[in-house]
Design a binder for this molecule. Structure first.
Ligand code: PGA
Ligand code: ZN
Length: 429
């Protein structure tokens, strides 16, 4: 049973305050987790409770921390930590609001995850093994999506598209994915250094190279050249994945690409993305249309859903009801899964189950504001979610997650990496 719940303010990868929770059990076992934070947030995701005002630019989390200590702790102390559904339900009822604005999604997700960790610690098994057993799934090492160039809200909108990523389904192991990614990342860095000259090259929020481009196409072109410079044939072992994060520049069916100085309607933007998919080896595309553009998303899925993975992030906000709605309408064919969008582990898993039941692929994802917390690596392996997106190939809040997958791959042994063509039935089935 839960004996004590502690919470404190810690700091994330952007230097912003965030919530950490420790859950102590009667047995002496302890679990700890930290809430991440997004920058390009969906309108319908769980509320990230901040103090507001001038202090720490309004981003302090003293209210969320206090909610854990004064409201959540008394409600869950004494409960069986292994009954996470019950704990999450208790918090949801206690919060009582539509978007978790009373307790704070950040307070709730850190508590829910800390309980999950405490259960694994109590059982004396790694977290991935606990999750695999608790949810009755065969563990598997996921295929990562790794950012090479940052953009959008993570790079002062210097390029409209938010993430230019690679996927390496042709690798034999997760270890080999890392090796190939390292080659592509540094090849991209050399190409970018030539562009910026002595001005120096920086990185965006998630550690991908800072986007110094004159058009979105130039970024795609450079990524293709980086893959080639790394000794790979684009479209073979290495493929391109984009997070358009269209809600950032597309409102009410109008899409304004600031970099290209182009303004178009939903159909026009659909066509532009279609051309990109002809011209570049794109295998996956996230939030191609805005969160408010249902007709656009349905049209896009109808036109391209047979050949690319279409992931809903802001569009679905890890919400099982929204996933079911999208399924019935024919929007997207994959779901980005962010624990703090849902607010609890149970709701996150409900979303995963809803997605899988409809043949939609779940992609476990980090946020742009992250920490040393590696829970999502374990969740992705233990739930057999097959894909993981945590940002780039530098900075320890990202590398901690990749490195954790490498350790788990050692434990699980050869053959535990999903690999293969991400769109083939065999890979998915
Ligand atoms: P965010 O970005 O964490 O800033 O929302 C990640 C994403 O859009 O996938
Ligand atoms: Zn996204």
């Amino acid at each position: 049973a839960i004996k004590e719940v502690a919470s404190r303010r810690v700091w994330d990868s952007r230097g912003n305050p965030t919530v950490e929770v420790d859950v102590h059990l009667e047995s002496g076992a302890m679990g700890r987790s930290i809430a991440p934070a997004g920058a390009s947030r969906g309108a319908r995701e769980a509320f990230d409770l901040r103090d507001g005002g001038d202090f720490l630019a309004g981003k302090n989390v003293s209210r969320a921390v206090e909610n854990v200590i004064k409201r959540i702790a008394p409600a869950i102390i004494g409960m069986d930590c292994d009954d996470l559904a019950m704990i999450d339900r208790t918090m949801i009822d206690l919060d009582g609001s539509q978007f978790k604005s009373s307790l704070g999604g950040n307070a709730m997700v850190a508590t829910s995850l800390a309980c999950l960790h405490a259960s694994a610690a109590n059982a004396g098994v790694p977290l991935w093994a606990w999750i695999s057993k608790a949810y009755d799934r065969k563990p598997a090492i996921p295929l990562p999506e790794i950012q090479i160039f940052g953009g959008g809200a993570h790079a002062a909108q210097r390029v409209d598209i938010q993430d230019f990523m690679i996927m390496v389904p042709g690798a034999e192991s997760f270890d080999e994915v890392m090796e190939i990614t390292s080659n592509v990342y540094f090849a991209a860095g050399r190409l970018m250094s030539e562009k910026v000259g002595s001005g120096g090259l920086g990185v965006a929020d998630e550690g991908g190279w800072w986007p110094v481009f004159n058009s979105n196409e130039e970024a795609l072109e450079t990524l293709v050249r980086a893959i080639e410079a790394a000794g790979e044939v684009p479209g073979e072992r290495v493929l391109i994945s984009l997070d358009v994060a269209a809600s950032e520049f597309g409102k009410k069916g109008r899409y304004r690409l600031a970099l290209d100085d182009r303004d178009m309607d939903s159909d026009g933007f659909n066509e532009l993305l279609g051309r990109w998919m002809e011209d570049y080896p794109i295998v996956s595309i996230e939030d191609p249309l805005g969160e408010d553009d249902k007709m656009g998303m349905i049209a896009f899925t109808k036109a391209y859903g047979h050949k690319v993975q279409i992931i809903g992030d802001d569009y679905l906000v890890t919400n099982a009801d929204l996933v079911r709605e999208a399924v019935s309408e024919g929007a997207c064919n994959a779901v980005l899964v962010k624990l703090n969008q849902a607010g609890t582990v149970s709701e996150t898993i409900e979303t995963v189950v809803a997605a899988e039941g409809a043949g939609y692929r779940p992609v476990i994802s980090a946020r742009s504001g992250e920490t040393e917390d590696t829970t999502i690596s374990h969740l992705s392996v233990g739930l057999n979610c097959k894909q993981l997106k945590v940002g780039s190939f530098t900075r320890s809040e990202r590398m901690a997650k990749w490195n954790e997958c490498l350790r788990i791959e050692c434990d699980l042994g050869a053959g535990s990496f999903v690999g293969g063509n991400p769109l083939a039935d065999t890979w998915w089935g």
